[in-house]
Ligand binder design. Structure first.
Ligand SMILES: [Zn+2]
Length: 159
């Protein structure tokens, strides 16, 4: 009787190269306006129609009170709330690895926006650094169509 499972008999594990490609089609559904907004240089969050809680990452219903939300145009400048530097990235980020991920805070917005930071070395990133959104000239309708860069523009955020 043959044993079940993987058993190696003093040989190096086999490594095979088997590339494949797929045409992955999916819908952004109710999130579509956010991605269209990126093509127009806009960041679209959402605001609750009940308690007025404002989300940097749009959502159809409020997490606080459950009411529906409406689209809300976010400021293009904000401040770095926190950051991390990534030394390993997926295929889309190989050319820019290591890269920095940031959470951006905006005036009048209650949640943070997750994005990438460009044009600054990892050692130069600081919490509270003013940043401005930048948009891809040739949009791909992906979250990589937007990123942030340091700016000298005054932030309207206090503190
Ligand atoms: Zn609400």
């Amino acid at each position: 009787m043959q044993p079940k499972g993987t058993i190696l008999f003093g040989v190096d594990p086999l490594v095979i190269h088997d590339p494949y490609a797929i045409d992955y089609r999916h819908s952004y559904a109710q999130d579509s306006p956010f991605f269209v907004g990126l093509t127009k240089g806009q960041l679209l969050g959402s605001r609750c129609t009940g308690c007025r809680h404002t989300y940097a990452t749009p959502r159809a219903h409020c997490m606080s009170c459950g009411a529906e939300t409406v689209w809300h145009v976010l400021p293009l400048t904000g401040r770095i709330h926190t950051f991390t530097t990534c030394y390993y990235g997926g295929e889309a980020f190989l050319d820019e690895t290591p890269f920095t991920l940031i959470l951006v805070e905006f005036e009048g917005v209650d949640t943070l926006f997750f994005s990438r930071l460009k044009r600054v070395d990892a050692g130069g990133v600081r919490i509270g650094m003013p940043v401005r959104a930048r948009f891809a000239k040739t949009p791909t309708f992906k979250v990589t169509d937007v990123w942030f860069e340091p700016t000298d523009e005054p932030s309207s955020l206090k503190g």
